[in-house]
Design a binder for this molecule. Structure first.
Ligand code: PAF
Length: 283
């Protein structure tokens, strides 16, 4: 497993793989890898000749009051998890490699980045789009893999790829969950014991909403209010949003038709957690 720190080396390596006709699968991460990331890496390994993982805690996607400084970092631990899966290269650039002095370019992904999580995390999705575009130009993958847990991010990245004509397939992989349903996330490490227990309310609420929809409740406002009422039974939980949305456009819907997503952002203590379920009705 090669550890690559510079853009030049990474581009040269990828060019070499491409010259040999190899397909490159790419998993961009911010490190602190858990089973959710590793499931993406395993799927990438199964579907491509070459697997590249990046580890970069991207400063431009964190707001000034967010957790950039305390975001968990464990590069040694990450490498020991990636090596047994047969990863070919891990790209670990420093911040000045990605954002050298004077760097000022930025992708504005548009209004899709201002709703749901973007309403409280101003500029977050522009930061994600900018770094992912850079990583795509550096790694030059055929396929890139993202977890469904960050549902809005997957929609933003598909839009980025389509509108800027990246010749890359975006593959969205299922959320990996703890036994009580909590979606795996590097931020789960912020939760103390009581908060960790309380965090199970997100999945309970999603499953309740899914149950209503599958039982033919078409009124999105009823589903939303039942979900909110359930989350409010947990004293440590504070709802940022709970929405029933169109899975393609992320717009709020009134009537649930064939496919909808239930999307949540909830604070448990000071930790902000997100989760979602896509519900497909068979017609
Ligand atoms: O999902 C993440 O870990 C990050 O948002 C990503 C895609 C690696 C961009 O920094």
């Amino acid at each position: 497993m090669q550890i690559i720190k510079t853009i030049k080396e990474m581009q040269a390596l990828s060019r070499g793989f491409k010259a040999k006709g190899k397909t490159i699968g790419f998993v961009p991460t911010m490190g602190a890898l858990h089973e959710g990331h590793l499931s993406l890496v395993r799927q990438t390994k199964a579907e491509n000749d070459i697997v590249v993982v990046s580890i970069f805690v991207n400063p431009t996607q964190f707001g000034p009051k967010e957790d950039f400084n305390k975001y968990p970092r464990d590069v040694e631990g990450d490498l020991s998890k990636l090596s047994p899966i047969g990863v070919d290269a891990v790209f670990i650039p420093g911040a000045s490699e990605i954002y050298p002095n004077g760097f000022s370019a930025s992708i504005n992904i548009g209004s899709i980045g201002d709703i749901l999580c973007g309403a409280s995390r101003h500029g977050h999705f522009n930061g994600v789009a900018t770094v992912v575009a850079k990583l795509f130009n550096i790694v030059m993958p055929d396929r890139a893999y993202f977890g469904q847990k960050d549902f809005q991010q997957t929609v933003v990245i598909k839009k980025l790829v389509m509108e800027l004509n990246f010749d890359i397939d975006v593959i969205v992989c299922p959320t990996v969950r703890e036994p009580d349903g909590l979606a795996m996330s590097s931020r789960n490490s912020y939760l103390n014991e009581a908060e960790r227990k309380a965090a199970g309310i997100l999945y309970k609420a999603l499953k309740h909403g899914e149950g209503l929809i599958l039982n033919n409740v078409k009124d999105a406002s009823r589903v939303k209010s039942e979900i909110e009422a359930l989350i409010k039974t947990e004293p440590l939980a504070e709802i940022e949003y709970a929405e029933i949305i169109d899975a393609a456009t992320l717009e709020k819907i009134d009537d649930i038709k064939s496919i909808a997503a239930i999307s949540l952002a909830v604070r448990i203590g000071t930790t902000r957690l997100i989760d979602n379920l896509v519900v497909v009705l068979s017609i």
